[in-house]
Design a protein around this ligand. Sequence first.
Ligand SMILES: [Zn+2]
Length: 309
Amino acid sequence: MKLFHKKYIVIILVLIQLSCQKSENNSKEAIFNSDRAYSILEEFLKIGPRVPGTDTHLKAKDFLFNFLKKQTDFCKTQEGKGYNPFAQDSVKLANIIASFNENQSNRVLLCAHWDSRPVADNDPDTNYRNLPILGANDAGGAVAILLHIAELINRAEFDFGIDIILFDGEDLGQHFSNTHWLQGSKLFVKENPDYKPQWGILLDLCTEKDLKIKKEMYSYYYARWLVDKIWNIAYELGLDIFSNEIGSPVYDDHINFLYIKIPVIDIIDIQYKQWHTHLDDINQISKENMGKVGGLVLECLKRYNSGNW
Ligand SMILES: [Zn+2]
């Protein structure tokens, strides 16, 4: 009888161990790999500047759409007309939208802008200011993070819906003016009035080497609960690039969602020396920091899924 008991105990222990191993394996499958994200970025940047109205913009659009189409059947573009004030001409814009668990009403938005700026307003060499920038950190790195997360979402088996939206026409505005920026996200919000995700994260200027991410002021003012939640997770994960300081307000794509009371926060470090210059290339990018930001976004999704949020 005693021996019999022992046998049962052994069987139960083995079963417990097996089930632990199973859940451990599942969670292991969705771990952010900074090498992978960095190599996606390298490939993406090889296409060249992504200025609406140019051939390389169309090539980049195809690259993004084909990449996301491999991750989900529910991938589409939202085409629309925009305006380039530098060329004083209308341009074709395309937001790229990849949805996971498309029938779930409980949804989360992850977004970044995929276009790059037609001019290099801040370039130290005034001869080159009229040429388009590559935008490695603005916001190629953010796009690469989201592309890699798209690869991980199916493996993680989240119960809620996720939309990865890459906005076009974010960087067509002129400095010291609020017009012509954020054209893609404005178009998206206008044509999708019923879209109401529970919360969202915008990534922009968040992959450079000298990164210190403060709490962006609009995010903090309009969606403080979300900022605090995400910064607490960053703190728990020991991510030293996140600072508790309140940063400057940044007029970015999240504004179009905050205006209609959808909490979308901006993870951004606007103190970027190479901002809107030709120096914003792969040399500014930190693979390690891409891993930290991407890992944090993935951790937020995991916690939301588990209810420990
Ligand atoms: Zn920019």
